[in-house]
Design a protein around this ligand. Structure first.
Ligand SMILES: NC(=O)c1ccc[n+]([C@@H]2O[C@H](COP(=O)([O-])OP(=O)(O)OC[C@H]3O[C@@H](n4cnc5c(N)ncnc54)[C@H](O)[C@@H]3O)[C@@H](O)[C@H]2O)c1
Length: 460
């Protein structure tokens, strides 16, 4: 016989089921309210960002963070390869490029976050020219240094558009927005030895990037005059000295040099076909504050301070390796001289209307210094002996000797370097210890050499 149903068990089961339903529905409620809360938070954040974009001066009075955030937002909205800027960014671009003095220049400086580019941008802005920077902030050396230079520029209301030279839509848009009178083209893959590691980066920036800039400039109306950085490395295996612009440059010793030489030939072509005014400047080993960490004077300083051994090169026939070290301020004066004497391009809308200026100049110091001398000056300034390993220069592109004949630049725009290596290195070391917050051991020798007593603090 079947036993009667156990009602107490059924009731328990029902109660348990109803408990589960309550738990589930409250879970559902709590997860949907979480979702609602998150969406509200996201919407308010977006609104806040949008508001700060339209009113940068209200939301943040410091130019540095405002500019950088604006860029980041624009790239987040449109992607890095965009030809569209927000109205706020267009306003910044125009403000940055507008001269503050009558008949001031309006200059696009490529490579503005770089060593030479940051110095040149500041000097131009200080005399009242309008300056807009362009840089891709690549990782060839520490990007933090490029960002600090960018902050310095922003402090002087110089905006840097973060883009690659090969981003043609961005270049076209910039020339569309601003009637630049000049371009100071300094962006490039620099360094001789890195070409063994990453050869394509030289071709991409120094050949492809240059062509893409010239294409944009030739199509612009008005066409700007272009002053650009070639290099002393184009002299390659040339042995006639001092190096003069009339010497042969068809034997480059590195891929870097070959791309700079290619740039000089490309400049000829665009001058010939489109009437672009083009001036190439062959810089000789530039050094100074805010310099490039991949260069010998910079990493020697670092290694000497850390007690590491430095490799000092001699030539294959055991002679001293020497460089015509040129102080940054002298190079900047040369760039400005070239900009001020550059004639207008003659073409418009991609058509040549007449012959245009085509120039090449050496910008050096006219006094080569052996690298061992550089090391001994640094030892004096740092108050520390270097551990030296003297070795033959590897056959990877470095040349044994450079020496500039600068008479052409002197004749045409009064270029006359005024800083000797000891004075320039002293300024560099002063910046270096300030920037990296280093405490120097100062001894009597160091004082005699004009060594540094100041430590820590911010760089100039
Ligand atoms: N410093 C020297 O001793 C020296 C000597 C001879 C020639 N030069 C030339 O002078 C110029 C400036 O040199 P520097 O020492 O200031 O070098 P740098 O590396 O400090 O500056 C170059 C800047 O260009 C940017 N850049 C590189 N490729 C780019 C690209 N495709 N698009 C946009 N930006 C890009 C980099 O991010 C960098 O900030 C370069 O053309 C270099 O070849 C320098």
């Amino acid at each position: 016989m079947a036993s009667p149903p156990d009602t107490s068990k059924t009731t328990k089961l029902e109660r348990y089921n109803s408990y589960l339903r309550r738990v589930n529905s409250s879970k559902l409620l709590s997860s949907s309210s979480k979702l609602l809360f998150r969406s509200l938070l996201l919407i308010s954040l977006l609104l806040l960002l949008f508001f700060s974009l339209s009113h940068p001066s209200l939301s943040d009075p410091t130019p540095s963070s405002t500019h950088r955030r604006l860029y980041l937002l624009s790239s987040a909205l449109y992607g890095p390869s965009t030809s569209t800027f927000t109205p706020a960014i267009e306003r910044l671009i125009r403000q940055s490029s507008t001269p503050r003095r009558p008949s001031g220049l309006s200059i696009l400086v490529t490579g503005a976050a770089g060593f030479v580019g940051s110095h040149a941008s500041l000097a131009l802005k200080k005399r009242g020219d309008g300056v807009l920077g362009l840089d891709n902030f690549n990782h060839y050396y520490e990007t933090s240094l490029k960002r600090r230079r960018q902050d310095l520029l922003l402090h002087h209301n110089i905006h840097i558009v973060e883009a690659d030279l090969n981003d043609s839509p961005v270049l076209a848009k910039l020339f569309d927005l601003v009637p630049f009178t000049h371009v100071l083209h300094l962006a490039a893959q620099a360094g001789v030895r890195y070409a063994m590691k990453n050869p394509q980066s030289y071709v991409a920036s120094n050949v492809g990037g240059f062509v893409s800039l010239l294409e944009a400039a030739k199509a612009a109306d008005p066409q700007p005059a272009i002053v650009w950085a070639s290099s002393s490395s184009v002299y390659g295996l040339n042995r006639a000295s001092p190096f003069s612009e009339s010497h042969r440059t068809d034997q480059p010793a590195s891929l870097y040099a070959a791309t700079k030489k290619a740039g000089e030939e490309i400049a000829h072509t665009y001058n010939h076909i489109y009437g672009l005014s083009l001036t190439g400047l062959r810089f000789f080993t530039v050094y100074g504050p805010w310099g490039r960490p991949d260069m010998a004077y910079f990493f020697f300083t670092k290694d000497i301070l850390q007690g590491k051994t430095i490799s000092v090169f001699k030539t294959q026939d055991d002679k001293e390796v020497a460089r015509d070290f040129t102080y940054i301020d002298d190079i900047v004066k040369g760039c400005i001289g070239a900009l001020d004497t550059a004639e207008k391009s003659t073409g418009s809308g991609g058509k040549k209307r007449g012959p245009a200026q085509l120039r090449v100049y050496n910008l050096g110091n006219t006094s080569p210094v052996p690298v061992v001398k550089l090391v001994s000056i640094l030892e004096g300034l740092l108050g520390q002996k270097a551990k030296k390993h003297v070795m033959r220069i590897p056959r990877n592109g470095d040349v044994p000797y450079t020496h500039a004949n600068i008479s052409l630049a002197e004749r045409d725009f009064g270029y006359r370097p005024t800083t000797d290596l000891a004075t320039g290195l002293r300024k560099f070391v002063k910046w270096y210890v300030g920037y990296y917050g280093i405490q120097l051991k100062v001894n009597s020798n160091n004082k005699k050499e004009g060594g540094l007593k100041r430590t820590g603090g911010e760089a100039e």
